[in-house]
Design a protein around this ligand. Structure first.
Ligand code: ADP
Ligand code: ZN
Length: 612
């Protein structure tokens, strides 16, 4: 164990294992199989990378995406670990070279795609010494999951060919069926199942509903302004929205690009690279974006529309804050989303499963108890207390007797013979006087204008609540008209009370605004950016240095040092190389390579401030 800890510090610069990492690693070293379920950012990679360093031979890592492999290999090489990816984008010469390295035992890790692996099986893999086999994103093997890849289904051959090599399967999403599927299809021998907590306390959670497009865009722009200089992903259901929003954000002075499967490959690659290398701050994407993205400093994720299931939602927000630092998430949803998703579910061929998944997602959105409790509960965990980091916890709902308000709405619905949808109903209540309304004669109704004291958005919110409490329902088959339910009638006739939750303005429940930084350059020798506090000044300067190095070396900034590493520098303020060695993320190689410049910068920044 001690030796493993030394390796962890020497190569990765970490002082301790995360939960379950040590157990998983020991199991591999004992040459036994395991299945590891950890949320995104939980630290799965170390589970096989460290044993790869410890055991003789080369670890073979199967990974579905070239981008993912490239990122991991770059990260390893930056830490002085011999690793390479064997894939089809390399020229034959390069591949030949990697094969040679494998045969001579020069590599500690070999990344390879499942098709590549099958191709190398007979020649390379049967000749080299394999220390362990890791199957990343193992859920791709299951038809039950959402990322099924046929090539994964052929990986059963691994156990047949290499019965003595320990196999580890890893994934961030696996319900019970998928789990069994992975174990069966990979033919794992007496596997131990490791499930780490799915809790990601560093992600804040918030949901806003019922905003019109204009309001959503305004909320998004103000959100992004509050997260100035930080990377984020804006997920949309429709391709056209990604382009539309990228354009709107750009008009607002925010550097953004669109990403979806319908764009030419070159354009997608450009957007992805710009994002990874911090040339743009925001990517507006469909769910096509993200699986291969290992960027650890994504600081926020916004859902422009509601996702179809909690699994999808959790995986997508999980792309924020992989470095463990505080990150914000925000989800918008509307009736329109719900209608569309319900139709997708019905047409999906797995109607019941998908409708149930959607229902659970809807309940999450509509809850007025701690959202994290609901999420964890969904993944089979029980939370002992409220999280304090979701919109519900931050601003517990205030209740009031909304009976009169509900009666007004219900009465208006009945007086139209249940012929209107939400929009028209609110127009009637607020006496909007628009043409269609007058034509239908709704201005003659007794309830016309009965609710003009409330703005449109409040009515919308209260109608959503009425839906949620079951006073009304939507006739999906009939132009989404509203119907009054039996329990609604009870309220209407004064037999029951309707307790509603007070309307909250979206901004109020948004994550706490973070202090904005005033950037101003000061004379050389080393560029220092002045900011509000000494810590911020130091942080900004460190970021600058990091991105300069990243540019020089042609790699993403987070491969040089992660945000979490920089924060640790700010916290520890190391003034000597010795002290710098104690910083998170500083292993032997980075100490040698970057120690001097970083220590010099830190000394310089701190001295400047002492002189002032
Ligand atoms: P996953 O593959 O589970 O999504 P990663 O393996 O990419 O997660 O790890 C997520 C982040 O956590 C990375 O930035 C990694 O450097 C960091 N990390 C992993 N293990 C540790 C550890 N023991 N101590 C500190 N940081 C860690
Ligand atoms: Zn909470």
């Amino acid at each position: 164990m001690e030796e493993l800890m030394l390796l962890l510090k020497k190569f990765f610069g970490f002082d301790a294992f995360r939960p379950l990492q040590a157990e998983v690693i020991q199991r591999l070293i004992q040459k036994k199989d395991s299945l590891v379920l950890m949320p995104t950012g939980g630290g799965k990679s170390i589970c096989f990378q460290l044993p790869a360093l410890y055991l003789p031979g080369t670890a073979v890592v199967v990974s579905p995406l070239i981008a993912l492999m490239k990122d991991q290999v770059e990260g390893l090489v930056a830490n002085g670990i011999a690793a390479a990816a064997l894939n089809s984008t390399l020229p034959e010469e390069g591949r030949q070279q990697i094969r040679q390295q494998c045969l001579q035992g020069q590599l500690k890790l070999l990344y390879i795609s499942p098709e590549g692996l099958l191709g190398e099986l007979d020649w390379l893999l049967s000749r080299m010494e394999i220390s362990l086999i890791a199957i990343d994103e193992a859920h791709c093997i299951s038809r039950w999951g959402h990322d099924f890849r046929p090539e994964y289904a052929q990986l059963a051959v691994l156990k047949e060919r290499f019965p003595d090599v320990p196999l580890i399967a890893l994934t961030a999403t696996a319900d019970k069926i998928t789990r069994l599927d992975i174990i069966e299809q990979l033919r794992l021998t007496d596997p131990q199942l490791f499930i780490s907590s799915f809790d990601r306390p560093n992600l804040s959670l918030a949901v806003h509903r019922g905003l019109a497009k204009k309001e959503k865009v305004a909320a998004i722009v103000s959100f992004i302004r509050r997260h100035k200089g930080q990377s984020g992903i804006l997920y949309c259901m429709k391709r056209v929205d990604t382009e539309d929003l990228a354009g709107l954000l750009t008009t607002n002075g925010i550097r953004a690009a669109a990403y979806h499967a319908g764009l030419p490959a070159s354009q997608r690659e450009q957007a992805q690279n710009d994002f990874i290398n911090d040339r743009i701050g925001v990517i507006c994407a469909t769910i096509a974006f993200g699986m291969g993205i290992d960027k650890s400093n994504v600081r926020w994720v916004i859902h422009y529309n509601m996702p179809g299931s909690i699994e999808n939602y959790y995986q997508e927000i999980g792309r924020a804050g992989r470095d463990g630092l505080d990150s914000d998430t925000l989800l918008f949803y509307s009736l329109g989303d719900l209608v569309l998703l319900r139709r997708f579910a019905e047409e999906s061929g797995q109607n019941e499963i998908n409708t149930e998944k959607l229902n659970r997602m809807q309940r999450y959105c509509e809850t007025d108890i701690c959202r994290r409790r609901i999420l964890l509960n969904y993944f089979g965990e029980e939370a002992e207390q409220d999280c304090g980091n979701c919109d519900v916890c931050r601003k517990p709902p205030q209740r009031f007797d909304g009976s009169v308000l509900v009666q007004k709405a219900l009465s208006a619905i009945l007086r139209t013979n249940e012929h209107v949808g939400m929009q028209m109903l609110i127009d009637i209540l607020r006496a909007s006087g628009r043409g269609e309304l007058i034509q239908a004669g709704y201005d003659k109704l007794k309830t016309y204008g009965a609710g003009r004291d409330l703005p449109f958005r409040m009515w919308k919110e209260y109608l959503y609540q009425m839906l949620q409490f079951g006073y009304i329902e939507i006739d999906y088959a009939n132009a989404q008209t509203l119907k009054v339910t039996p329990s609604g009638r009870k309220v209407l006739f004064g037999e029951a009370q309707a307790i509603l939750t007070t309307y909250r303005e979206p901004e109020e429940s948004a994550p706490a605004a973070k202090k904005e930084k005033k950037g101003r350059a000061v004379a050389s020798p080393i560029r220092i950016i002045e900011a509000n506090t000494p810590e911020e000044t130091l942080m900004d300067s460190l970021r600058q240095l990091r991105s300069r190095i990243a540019q020089q070396e042609g790699m993403p900034a987070y491969i040089v040092f992660s945000d979490a590493d920089l924060h640790d520098m700010v916290y520890k303020k190391p003034l000597t190389l010795e002290a710098f060695a104690g910083v998170r993320g500083v292993g032997d190689v980075k100490l040698k390579k970057y120690g001097n410049v970083f220590v010099a910068l830190i000394r310089h920044v701190l001295n400047v401030q002492q002189a002032e």
